[in-house]
Design a protein around this ligand. Structure first.
Ligand SMILES: C[S@@+](CC[C@H](N)C(=O)[O-])C[C@H]1O[C@@H](n2cnc3c(N)ncnc32)[C@H](O)[C@@H]1O
Length: 291
């Protein structure tokens, strides 16, 4: 290195001289996202509740996340994910309804489930009798959850879905056979939860995303959860309300972060609160002679 450069580097001014180079280096990390953003502006019509696929690596991580937290194997969850990804009837349903909906100017026809494939896989594994999802919007989550319930039912494990939303227009995708295993409760979510006459096996929080409202939902369902009930938080990338609730009530907690494929959105995630598994449940290993 030349003496001039060595001198410059040891000067207090060097940190300012070096700013453009550091800026260009850091910008490299956002280049792909910026080009995704430009493509999205012209290809997508969405302005809220964005839909996207997850990267392959992220899907594999999701399967491991579910296997470790809920029990079961990586391969089992991979199978469930393949099931929903290959569900052409579900994809056609979304395409047809979106094409003819008054919301078609702000909704995409091609279905992309993002983290909801994890919700689907959880329902297929858990076989819940009662699912509650607060916050339905167009009804993508409702479809995913009820598609899983329909498969469970065909295998002899029926279940019922309740979706709550304050907007009477919510759930326009939630029609046809999917509606046979579920219903919508229109009104404030807390009020609907308070009136719910059944125990909940799987609860998904996705309504008012303020931290305060999210926490109130967990407080409201605390006594309404089945003893082995599971809670999914869709706000867990923004708040610590579900993890705090889990720690307070003796549940285990973990978080999966989404990695959207070819989309500018940095991703949400799945917060998961579930009953602690007893250590005694471990299968004891056989004594094996090594030599
Ligand atoms: C993020 S969207 C739900 C997305 C949906 N779960 C999905 O999988 O696509 C949030 C929804 O919550 C509803 N919402 C907001 N505040 C609410 C409240 N206090 N009670 C019930 N629903 C509410 C909104 O009308 C909106 O449709």
């Amino acid at each position: 290195m030349s003496t001039v450069m060595t001198r410059l580097k040891s000067s207090p001014l060097f940190r300012y001289v070096n700013i453009p180079r550091r800026f260009i280096y850091a910008l490299g990390y956002y280049r792909e996202r910026l080009s995704d953003l430009i493509v999205w502006l012209f290809k997508s019509k969405e302005y809220t509740n964005f839909t996207y696929d997850l990267t392959e690596r992220n899907i594999a991580d999701l399967c491991d996340f579910l296997a470790v937290s809920l029990g079961g194997t990586f391969e089992e969850f991979q199978g469930y994910v393949a099931e929903i990804q290959n569900d052409t009837a579900l994809a056609d349903h979304v395409r047809e309804l979106t094409r003819h909906s008054p919301f078609r100017t702000v909704s995409d026809e091609d279905v992309k489930f993002g983290r909801r494939i994890g919700w689907y896989a959880a329902v297929r594994h858990l076989k819940p009798a009662v699912i509650v999802e607060t916050g339905v919007e167009k009804g993508l989550g409702s479809l995913v959850l009820c598609a899983a319930l329909l498969r469970n039912k065909a295998e002899g494990h029926p279940g019922h879905y309740y979706g709550t939303d304050i907007d009477p227009k919510a759930g326009w995708l939630f029609t046809g056979k999917y509606r046979d295993v579920g219903e919508l409760l229109i009104g404030d979510s807390i009020a609907s939860l308070e009136r719910l006459p059944v125990l909940i096996d799987l609860f998904i929080n996705d309504s008012d995303h303020s931290a305060e409202y999210e926490a109130r939902e967990y407080e409201t369902i605390a006594d309404k959860m089945a003893s082995d009930g599971i809670i999914i938080g869709d706000n867990a990338h923004c708040t610590d309300k579900l993890s705090r609730f889990a720690h307070k009530t003796g549940l285990s907690y973990c978080f999966f972060r989404e990695e959207p494929a070819r989309h500018w959105y940095p991703g949400g995630g799945i917060g998961l609160a579930f009953p602690k598994r007893s250590r005694g449940a471990r299968v004891s290993s056989k004594v094996v002679r090594l030599h």
